[in-house]
Design a protein around this ligand. Structure first.
Ligand code: ADP
Length: 329
């Protein structure tokens, strides 16, 4: 390869590459300067931060050394590896990789595990306590025992709901290829509306549709899950004599599916947060009514996976409209 071609290749790399020979820096690509905040100097001893010089020192002794350094504001985390080059004893290759995003994802993952464990802890503790009381009551007070057994049943149901939602969320979050096929949003909506129509009637909610056939390439399972969660929320937050309307339409090169309700609405300050995992507007009330705080996180992830968006418009006391927009290719 010619020298300009080699340089172009090195400069196209997202990772920083610095080649050291003895006490001199003989080569550094553009990314190295970007990641360090300054172009690397010629002399190794002037390289900052000094942790890098120490790493090179260790590599010169014959072993690969690695460290993570922090640079700039806002801080970026850079993983640095110093590797001795086998051919000549005094040559070391420093590779710098920006791992800021990776660290963020790791932090989010560990927060998620902590939050999920916290959510599961309450019903599990309750099941343990009620079981103990039940064991005593079975002998002494059969009427109370029946009540405790019912309580157990409710709490176990709640546990199952959390685990079910967690599994749905992890499925729509995992980037494994999903089965993509032609999905007619009108048909999908009709099925889901049919599924909840009896329940809506019992609670006195008028369930309406305003549908046009529109086909998208998507995972039917994921879109069904998203729509189901929106419909469950609409039913949950709309009082008797309210209306829930499901509509589908085509707008240029995108398809929309919307769920509108005339329910309680969402306070303005909560709107930006409702798609976060485990976020509930009224923690005690929503928890009591069986909400896991995962429904809208599932919706957003399912829609994201299709390159779509989900938006909400809401007015307190008047109702909410959730609109999923999907690209048509
Ligand atoms: P959950 O699974 O507990 O329903 P979601 O993630 O689906 O949680 O919703 C988050 C919060 O947003 C809920 O606690 C609820 O208060 C609010 N919310 C969601 N949909 C609606 C709606 N259609 N009307 C009013 N509030 C809603």
């Amino acid at each position: 390869m010619t020298e300009p071609a080699e340089n172009a290749l090195l400069n196209a790399l997202p990772d920083g590459v610095i080649l050291i020979e003895g006490d001199e820096i003989v080569l550094a690509n553009v990314a190295a300067g970007d990641l360090l905040g300054v172009p690397p100097p010629r002399q190794l001893e002037r390289l900052v931060p000094t942790a890098l010089v120490e790493l090179v020192g260790q590599a010169l002794e014959g072993h690969t050394a690695a460290d993570v350094i922090r640079r700039g504001t806002p801080p970026r985390w850079i993983e640095v590896t110093a590797r001795p080059l086998a051919d000549v004893g005094s040559r070391v290759l420093l590779v710098l990789r920006d791992i800021t995003e990776l660290r963020k994802v790791e932090a989010m993952r560990s927060d998620f595990v902590a939050d999920a464990s916290h959510e599961l802890k309450t019903p599990v503790a309750s099941i343990q306590a009620v079981t103990e009381t039940l064991l005593v009551a079975i002998e002494e007070d059969p009427v109370a025992a029946k009540r405790f057994a019912q309580q157990l049943h409710t709490t176990a149901g709640r546990l199952a709901q959390i685990v079910g939602d967690l599994l749905d969320l992890s499925r729509v979050e995992s980037e494994q290829p999903v089965k993509m096929r032609d999905v007619d949003l009108e048909k999908l909506a009709l099925k889901e509306v049919d599924r909840i129509s009896d329940r809506a009637e019992v609670v006195g909610i008028d369930l309406k549709t305003d549908l046009t056939p529109v086909v998208v390439t998507a995972s039917r399972k994921d879109l069904r899950l998203a729509l189901r969660n929106l419909l469950e929320n609409a039913l949950q937050h709309t009082p008797a004599e309210g209306t829930v309307t499901v509509s589908t339409s085509r707008d240029g090169d995108s398809a929309t599916i919307a769920v509108r309700d005339t329910g309680t609405g969402i306070p303005r300050r909560d709107v930006p947060r409702i798609f976060e995992r485990f976020y509930r507007v009224d923690d005690a009330r929503d928890r009591e009514s069986g909400g896991t705080g995962l429904g809208l996180a599932i919706v957003r992830n399912a829609v994201d996976m299709h390159g779509g968006t989900v938006a909400v418009e809401s007015e307190l006391g008047r109702g909410s409209t959730f609109t999923i927009r999907l690209p048509i290719d």
